[in-house]
Write a protein that binds this ligand. Sequence first.
Ligand SMILES: O=P(O)(O)OC[C@H]1O[C@@H](O)[C@H](O)[C@@H](O)[C@@H]1O
Length: 298
Amino acid sequence: MPVEQKKDRVILKHPKGSSVEILYYGATVISWLSVIGQGSQPVECLFVSSKAALDGSKPVRGGIPVVFPCFGAPSHPEHAKLSQHGFARSSTWNFDYVVMDNDAGVSVRLTLSPTPAIQSVYPHDFLLSYVVTLAEHQLSTDLHVTNKSDKPLEFQALLHNYIRAPANEVAVSNLQTLNYYDKTETTEGAQTAAKVESREIVDVRRFTDSVYENAPQHYYVAWPEGGVEIKTVNFKDVVVWNPKAEAGSKIGDMEVNGWDHYVCVEPGHVRGFFSLEPGQTWIGQQTITSPGSKSHSL
Ligand SMILES: O=P(O)(O)OC[C@H]1O[C@@H](O)[C@H](O)[C@@H](O)[C@@H]1O
């Protein structure tokens, strides 16, 4: 069965061996197994902490949490009652339908509309839909935001990819010359002052929490034995985050040394807000290509 619906999740299976698992809670992709070598076993491309809660009690520490309508601590007046990174990652989404199911790919759509819990903290009517598509060597996750209210909807959105990788050997590229904001700085003034990325290769050997703006929407995350390529549409910014022990040891649901096993490369629209007119839909898309693809060079 290429699309298997379970009580709390849906599993997509591609005929060539890759698979993806999506929790209804948060529409969180919690596993992406991709075939890397001819005839070999599929390999997990995402990191999920062994201490992550998968029962809907808190956002999943790993996989691909969906961040909406605010990134980080809320700064917009309409978001004042929201938690860090908003409600999309901590709400239960509905399975909508199978979009596609053929040799090219398997694709499903999940949706989220305001629930009473969301309405109590957020004043807008909206429809979120999330289309997850699995191809032989690719995972695409597309977020559609529709403004169903009669005033502009101002939001931020981000896909918080935890890419499984040996963090101390990771090289993230295509960020050179970009302006970025360094959230590891300790004062507000330093956090809000733009820096310019001088490095051709960005590493995460130290605690890193950098918000790059107006980025090229095409990144390579490489390490000696592998790598992934990330391409996006309408996610103009990208965050690179790894807490290392310095900040990671304070995260309750992070496994010991978990920070050594991933890098977060998170495409988003997070510098400023996107303003969506009533009745309009915005679509943010990403495609992550696994090392199994012959079509990309790292
Ligand atoms: O612990 P959370 O809420 O999942 O956030 C994890 C990290 O998410 C990143 O996107 C932020 O830039 C970090 O500042 C933050 O610490």
